[in-house]
Each structure stands twice: as C-alpha cells, then as structure tokens.
Ligand binder design. Structure first.
Ligand code: ATP
Length: 311
C-alpha cells in the first residue's frame, strides 16, 4: 500500500477519532445516498521540485458523501487536480490519511476519474470492447458483463455507436465513453477533472447529464472546473487556494454570501468573475430590485422574469 494511504477498516474504525469533517465514517456495502464515501484528515501532498519540496495540498480535512455533487474550484495550481488524484488513489499522501470503504472486490473503493484528455483512459478498439474490458478489470461476473455494458452505453446515449471504431469518435464522444465505463462498474465516486474543458456546449450538457445520472445512482461526484456556471448542479462547493480549503458551502453562499455586496462574496474574494446571471442579479439588487433566491444560470433569471410578467 502506498505510504500515507490508509485503507479504511470498518472493524477498527472509531468514528470521531480524527479531526476531519463531522467524524462520520465511510460506509461499506452498496451504500445509500448521504452515506460517507471518503474522509480526508490533514491530507498533504508535497511534490519534489528543483528548489525543494513543493506543497500542493497542505492539510486538507474533508468528508465526502455518496450521491453528493461536490464542485471543486480554485485558481491555477491551487491543488484541485492533486486532490482529485488523491481521491482516485493515484497520488500518495505525504502526510495525513485518506479513508475509503472497500469495494465489492475487497480493494479500496477509490474514485474513478474522467480526465480532460480521455484518450489515455480508453483501451478498447470499440466502445463495446472498452466498456466490457473495464467491467472485466473490475472483477464483474462474466455472465453479467454484456447486460451491464449494454445498459451503461444506453445510459449515455451511445448504444448505436457501440461498434464504431474508437478512432472515429470525437473528444466529447470519448468523454461519454469514459463515463459509460464509470456507470457500468457502479462506482462509489467519480472525479471529473475539467472533463468539459474541451467540449462544445451540447457535449458539455451531455457529460453533465451523465454525471447527474451517476449522482442519482448514489455515487459521489467530484467536479473539478474553472467554469463557474457548472457550479449550478452542485450541492456543495469546495474552493482551494494554495493547497488549502478556503471555502466549503453551497453554490448560493459561494456567489451571494459574505454579507457585503458582490465584491465580498467568497467567489469574488478568490478573484473569480461570477457567471453572467449572478452578475445580473447583483446589478438588479443594486438598483433596489428584489431578486429572490440565488440565480446562477440564465434560466434561473428567466423563471424570475416570468413571475414578474405574470404579475
Ligand atoms: N507531478 C508533479 N510534479 C511536481 N509538481 C507538480 C506535479 N503535479 C502538480 N504539481 C504542482 O502542484 C501544484 C498544484 O497543481 P495541481 O495540478 O494540483 O493544481 P490545479 O489547481 O489542478 O491547477 P490547474 O487549475 O492549473 O489545473 C502546482 O504548483 C503544480 O505545479
């Protein structure tokens, strides 16, 4: 086992014995929405650099739950990808602990990960072959593989392309294929590391819909992004700066909290420009117009405008 990575052991777990989160413990078994998937305690990662160790994560405490959509934001080099890789079991900790439950195969159920460049994650010559291979590698019983592959490809609207050569797929289609692989193995958690950065708006929507499907099925979705309108479906926003958690709350409090106008919100304090709809809402409020709720997307504003016209 890599140094610094602790496999969660339900037999010896003592909830509340660490300083992380709410002291809840990761759950074994199929798990329900809301059950704890992972707990990070004082997690730190130091990379070797020419001028000495570089701290990419510096003492992160976090509890992540099944079915939760957690958006991870922060400036460049703040540690988002490093945290995603830690959650995926791809990056050992230099200090602290990560606890995840065992999967059905008895191995730690780290998150699966969908990257910006999906090519490195695809091994099959066709989508069908690729998803079947993922299932085989995950130890799924041979007699169930075909049915699960078919269902997963159908879930991302990919059944008609099941036998198309992977080389003929677009970047967005490859992303959806990676997600089909995730859906097929029914993971406890999936990290999307800027998975939509290279996609057109339609492909972006499809990938987000597939991620929502995963969350509905009870997986934790960790959504790393620079596109702040993508915070809309999240229940929770975690912001990093210099490897530390500097905000952990709802999208509404990220864009509208701070009690001091638009320049004092957590979003503004991180130096980010909020989505257009948030800016419009703040401008309306500055003119004394009541804007109920916390609109993030243009359609949220449109709903409010409908109410005004109806009156
Ligand atoms: N393999 C590595 N070796 C050395 N340093 C690394 C490595 N990976 C990341 N780093 C450094 O760790 C810090 C955090 O990087 P990370 O990629 O986690 O940040 P990020 O928030 O995802 O950045 P971005 O938004 O630019 O993708 C940066 O200073 C980066 O240079």
């Amino acid at each position: 086992m890599p140094q610094g990575m602790d496999r969660f052991d339900a037999a010896t777990a003592t909830p509340g014995s660490t300083t992380a989160g709410d002291g809840a413990s990761p759950q074994h078994g199929p798990g329900t929405r809301g059950a704890v998937w992972a707990r990070l305690s004082d997690a730190a990662v130091a990379y070797a650099a020419a001028d000495g160790p570089r701290l990419a994560l510096a003492g992160v405490n976090l509890v992540i739950r099944r079915g939760e959509w957690l958006a991870l934001v922060g400036p460049n080099a703040s540690g988002k990808s490093t945290l995603g890789r830690v959650l995926a079991g791809l990056c050992p900790l230099s200090r602290g602990r990560i606890e995840v439950p065992d999967g059905p195969d008895g191995r730690p159920a780290y998150a699966r990960i969908v990257l910006q460049q999906p090519d490195a994650q695809i091994v099959g010559a066709t989508p069908w072959e690729d998803v079947c291979f993922t299932l085989e590698q995950s130890g799924v019983a041979a007699e169930t593989i075909a049915a699960r592959a078919r269902q997963a490809l159908a879930d991302v609207g990919f059944l008609e392309m099941a036998y198309r050569p992977v080389d003929h797929l677009s970047g967005g289609q490859k992303q959806r294929l990676c997600i089909a692989g995730c859906l097929a193995v029914d993971p406890q958690a999936v990290v999307f590391d800027e998975a939509t950065a290279l996609l057109d708006p339609l492909a972006q929507q499809r990938v987000m819909a597939a991620a929502a499907h995963l969350a509905q099925k009870g997986a934790a979705v960790i959504w790393v992004t620079h596109r702040l309108e993508e915070l809309a479906p999240a229940q929770r926003v975690v912001a990093l700066a210099d490897g530390r958690v500097v905000f952990d709350g709802t999208p509404a409090s990220f864009f509208y909290g701070g009690d001091g106008g638009p320049e004092h919100t957590p979003c503004a304090r991180l130096g980010f420009s909020p989505p257009f709809a948030v800016q419009v809402a703040w401008h309306l409020r500055a003119r004394g117009i009541t804007v109920p709720g916390a609109p993030i997307l243009p359609e949220d504003l449109a709903v409010l405008a409908e109410g005004v016209v109806a009156r």
